[in-house]
Design a protein around this ligand. Structure first.
Ligand code: PNS
Length: 169
């Protein structure tokens, strides 16, 4: 009998997806048969990109990767993991601050469902400083995000409608 497929979920806000996410999802895909990238639906009130746009960006990034699926989810992460038939949640850790946040989240998820294991991965050193928050800040101040996000996401950012009164200098 064939071994069951090793399925992992990679959840997040992805507002927007970055080269850090790309690096980590690649690493997760090397360790699993399938990776389900889950975009959280109920994020803050003023997202930089809509959930649908973020899903479109991620689908573009992984268009040639049949083992990587992009979906949305809301509610509890452990319920999403169960629905995706995943036994592993993959998250990235860039710093000690990330580790403390991830430790708390992983132990809470284990409390909610002991069958779901969290796997924490380190990104490559080249993207260890990249965050969606800083990408949003740079983009909203008119700076270049080249090298921080995939080229396809950079196009989304460059073509994003700007708020009235904000002009590029
Ligand atoms: O990219 P982010 O914003 O760091 O991702 C955070 C995310 C989506 C992984 C986290 O907010 C989450 O798991 N939300 C689902 C709600 C949940 O299950 N909460 C209780 C367990 S910590």
């Amino acid at each position: 009998m064939a071994a069951p497929a090793r399925i992992a979920i990679f959840p997040g806000s992805f507002d927007p997806p970055t080269n850090g996410h790309l690096d980590l999802i690649d690493r997760a895909a090397r360790l699993h048969d399938r990776v389900v990238v889950g975009v959280l639906r109920n994020t803050g009130k003023h997202p930089f990109f809509s959930v649908d746009d973020r899903v479109a960006m991620l689908k573009e990034m992984f268009a040639n990767r049949p083992e990587i699926e992009v979906v949305t989810f809301d509610g509890l992460l452990v319920d999403f993991a169960r629905a995706a038939r995943a036994s592993v949640v993959v998250r990235g850790v860039r710093s000690a601050a990330d580790l403390e946040y991830e430790r708390q989240m992983a132990l809470t998820n284990r409390h909610l469902d002991p069958s779901v294991e969290t796997m924490l991965l380190l990104p490559s050193a080249e993207v260890g400083h990249v965050s969606s928050t800083l990408v949003r800040e740079i983009a909203s101040l008119g700076g270049s995000v080249r090298g921080l996000v995939p080229a396809s996401v950079e196009s989304w950012i460059v073509n994003r409608p700007r708020a009235a009164g904000v002009q590029k200098v």
